[in-house]
Design a protein around this ligand. Structure first.
Ligand code: MN
Length: 261
């Protein structure tokens, strides 16, 4: 992990009083703080700049076969979203195998391989036809999940945050600018554990496209530059244990690998 890239302390962090009245995206008056809170950024491939991550949105059950394996009827469900905290990000450098800690509290820790869209513009009520204009670039990531906790909370009709939104639950690669990759409407997405294929699908099988996700999200939340969207995982999610190596691939992006430790 390259700490320089996402543990930079910046002037964005101010005192509580100032934060309370500040508008996102509006320059804030500098003030002394009793401690620093790291700004979360990701490298941008081919650039000296880094991508500041504002929020992590994730869509649920966005591939038909995965929706069925999770117990839903994909023909009747509108898209739904959840968030992970921004500091759940674990940046994974291309060509390395990052150590990923097996989290506490779970006995059923699952991988979910996903395309990630990164926004460079914000807005509300964005039409689908214009939604891709808001994309800055793309990456690939893992929506790591404490499945037993997610399921238990769902069964009890409680928030499933503890199953999804924990520390380091969002391994992700660097951001590739749109000009380097184009948009991802098709192409293979796969995930291997210890060299054995576990997930394999095509991005064209998404129920809700990236454009539709941006549009729907912008109806519920005002989006801002720096927001990133995990676009859902295909079927055949499954467990990993300590010592397993996960490798994931999306056509047009370098592979991402982590070792569970
Ligand atoms: Mn997911």
């Amino acid at each position: 992990m390259d700490r320089r890239h996402f543990f930079q302390s910046t002037s964005l962090v101010t005192t509580g009083a100032l934060v309370g009245c500040a508008l996102p995206g509006v320059a804030q008056q500098q003030a002394k703080t009793p401690f620093t809170v790291p700004a979360i950024t990701l490298p941008i491939v081919g650039s000296d700049e880094v991508f500041p991550v504002r929020r992590i949105y994730c869509i649920g059950r966005n591939y038909r076969a995965h929706s069925i394996e999770m117990g839903s009827n994909p023909d009747r469900e509108p898209p739904f979203f959840f968030q992970k905290p921004t500091d759940a990000i674990q940046y994974v450098k291309t060509g390395t195998v990052a150590d990923h800690p097996y989290p506490t509290l779970t006995k059923n820790y699952h991988y979910e391989a996903e395309l990630v869209a990164a926004l460079g513009r914000g807005g509300r009520n964005i039409p689908v036809a214009q939604a891709l204009d808001y994309v800055y670039g793309y990456s690939l990531g893992l929506d790591m999940t404490r499945r037993d906790l997610q399921r238990a909370m769902g069964d009890e009709k409680k928030p499933w945050e503890i199953g999804k939104s924990f520390d380091k639950s969002a391994p992700i690669g660097a951001i590739h600018k749109l000009a380097q990759t184009g948009h991802f409407t098709q192409g293979d997405i796969w995930l291997k554990v210890n060299g054995q294929t576990k997930q394999k699908a095509n991005l064209s099988q998404m129920i809700w496209s990236v454009a539709e996700q941006i549009s729907r999200l912008s109806d519920a939340f005002e989006l801002f530059p720096g927001d990133i969207i995990y676009s859902g995982t295909p079927e055949n999610v499954g467990p990993v244990v300590r010592g397993d190596v996960i490798e994931m691939h999306i056509d047009g992006l370098p592979n991402l690998s982590v070792k569970i430790v």
